[in-house]
Design a protein around this ligand. Structure first.
Ligand SMILES: C[S@@+](CC[C@H](N)C(=O)[O-])C[C@H]1O[C@@H](n2cnc3c(N)ncnc32)[C@H](O)[C@@H]1O
Length: 312
């Protein structure tokens, strides 16, 4: 039984992660030297380091990430920057609590760059990539213990119907029912333990043409499991609301999403703020990467950036 998943920090090379839509984020946030900025998804620190370069010594950057390995690496990355930098291992869903805990009453800018970084994909050892045979944890935090809910639990204990529902809803996978059926059939003989076990099951449940497309046949199922394990939809809803609540008047919030579920949620949240006369949408249409950025960083291809300004 898998009880822990300490990240293999020794294997971590200098960050290969490229920040997505960097210039658009910097322009859109309209940073001022003395701003208080919260980066709720620190990751490889790329956005935050560029933000720090725009802040002066009166500025503050609060960086959060739920992955302690990210925060440990970040401590070194910010050495010598001008603004005050405060780092926390925390989920952005409690962004407001973290800010108040620091005795800060209003934040000028917030950035959420959702999902996971390429470092996590490559080195976490938690089963985020279908290209490596790893334990099926799929947690974005490394604090995995006996009580923590993992993808392995879903695959080996959930009812077929519930597995089909999450794969359909969170993965938007058209073969959800077939995949769920194959999962439940497979676990009768042997529990499903690793990413490659799952990839084989997905392949057995889907037609061969589905295996030869640009997108790997396991992409949607992996996305669905990761979203469920990390409670990503609820975390985003709470993070948007709690973040907006601590924004100062004229403060801005920028959100980069990577799949339509997240983007729809952000779009509706922003529209609601406008209807409530609390906000003004800065990006009438989401900003997407130029072709060159997609060529240099294929991960950016599905990125959408939306920005809102608080009006009162
Ligand atoms: C796409 S990466 C961010 C990359 C970063 N902007 C950069 O330039 O390097 C997303 C990061 O957000 C973290 N993350 C995802 N959801 C989170 C949440 N709800 N709370 C805190 N951190 C989260 C992940 O652990 C990951 O490190």
């Amino acid at each position: 039984m898998i009880t822990s998943a300490k990240p293999v920090i020794s294997k971590i090379k200098p960050s290969a992660h490229k920040s997505v839509l960097l210039e658009a984020v910097l322009d859109g946030l309209m940073l001022k030297e003395n701003d208080v900025v919260v980066d709720g998804t620190l990751g490889g620190c790329g956005h935050s380091l560029s933000i720090c370069a725009k802040l002066g010594s009166d500025g503050v950057l609060i960086g959060l990430d739920q992955d302690s390995a990210v925060i440990n690496r970040a401590k070194k990355a910010f050495e010598g920057v001008k603004p005050k930098v405060i780092l926390h291992i925390a989920n952005f869903r409690i962004l407001d609590e973290v800010v108040r805990g620091e005795k800060i009453t209003k934040v000028d800018k917030i950035l959420l760059d959702l999902g996971f970084s390429s470092d996590q994909l490559d080195y976490s050892g938690r089963g985020l990539s279908f290209l490596r045979d790893e334990p099926l944890l799929m947690t974005l935090t490394d604090e995995v213990n006996q009580n923590r809910f993992t993808a392995r639990d879903i695959l080996n204990t959930w009812e077929e119907e519930n597995i089909a529902t999450i794969i359909k809803e969170y993965g938007e996978e058209s073969f959800a029912k077939k995949i769920a059926k194959a999962i439940v059939k497979s676990r009768i003989n042997k529990s499903i333990e690793t990413t490659f076990d799952l990839v084989e099951i997905i392949k057995s449940a889907t037609p061969s043409w589905y295996h030869h497309r640009k997108t790997h046949p396991a992409t949607k199922t992996f996305q669905a499991l990761r979203i469920t394990v990390n409670d990503e939809i609820e975390a985003l809803k709470e993070g948007l609301l709690n973040g907006f609540n601590v924004l100062a008047p004229n403060g801005r919030m920028a959100v980069i999403s990577f799949h339509s579920l997240e983007d729809r949620l952000v779009k509706h949240f922003f529209r609601e703020r406008v209807l409530l006369e609390q906000g003004k949408i800065i990006t009438k249409k989401p900003i997407i990467p130029e072709r060159l950025e997609i060529q240099e960083n294929p991960r950016s291809r599905s990125a959408k950036l939306r920005i809102i300004e608080k009006t009162n």
